[in-house]
Design a protein around this ligand. Sequence first.
Ligand code: SF4
Length: 264
Amino acid sequence: MTMDENQQRAWRALGLGPVWDSRAGQVQREEQASPPGLSSSERSAGADRAVLPADQDGSGSVAVAELTAGQGEVSAMGWAALESSVAGCQACSLSQGRTQTVFGVGNRNADWMFIGEAPGAEEDARGEPFVGQAGRLLDNMFAAIGLSRSKDVFIANVLKCRPPHNRDPLPAEVGSCEPFLARQIALVDPRIIVVMGRFAAQTLLRTDASISSLRGRVHGFALGERTVPVVVTYHPAYLLRTPSDKGKSWSDLCLARALAAQAS
Ligand code: SF4
C-alpha cells in the first residue's frame, strides 16, 4: 500500500520519519530527515515485519487462545442487550468507583478490532475508550495504515470500568468482565485483532509472557470454527512515555495490515 498525503501526515505526527512501504518486498524511503529516537535498526525492523513470518501464516503453527464466554445470557446477547447489560453491571467492585462504564466504539462490523486494558480517568469521564493524548496517538496510528476510528475499527477494553488510580486489574475483575469482551469479539467477528499493551495481550492470549516476547509473532484467537489472527503491540500510553518504541509499533501495524490483507 502506498501512503497518501493524509497517511503521510499521520506518519509524521507519529514522529516516525521515513516512510517504509512493504509492497512487493520493496522498501521506499521518503526524502526527509530521520527523527530523533528512531534508529536505523528500528526502521529496518518495521520494513521486515511487513512480511508475514514464514511459519506463522495461518498454516497451523499458531497457538490459539479463547476467552470464557460466560454462562447463560451474555453469550447469546445482541448489541443492544450487551450494551445495556454492561451499563448496569455490578459484578465486581469496580462498579462502585466508576463514573460510567466504557463499552467500546467504532464500526460494529469492522474487519479490525483493537483491544486495550481498561478505562483511564478521561475515558471514565467521557464514556469512550482511548481519548485524550493516547487516543490521538492511536488515531494517528490508524491513519498511518489507512484506517479511521469511526469506519474501519472497533475499539474495546478488557475491563469496562476504571480501576482506581489506574492500578492493574485484578484476576477476579477480569474474570467477571471477560464474557462481555468475548461477546463483543463474537459480534464484531473481526478479520484481525490487535491487542495493545502487556495486560490486554496476556489476558487475551492466556499467557504471562512479556510483551517483548509476544510482539513480532502471529497469535490466534478461536472464534467458532475460525481462528482470528492476533498481533500484539504496545499501548499508546506507553508509546507516549517511550517514543523510541514507536518504530516497533509501526512494524506491528505492518504485520497486522499484511494479515488483514491476506484474510480478505
Ligand atoms: S469491570 Fe466489568 S465486571 Fe466489573 S463492574 Fe464493570 S462491567 Fe461489570
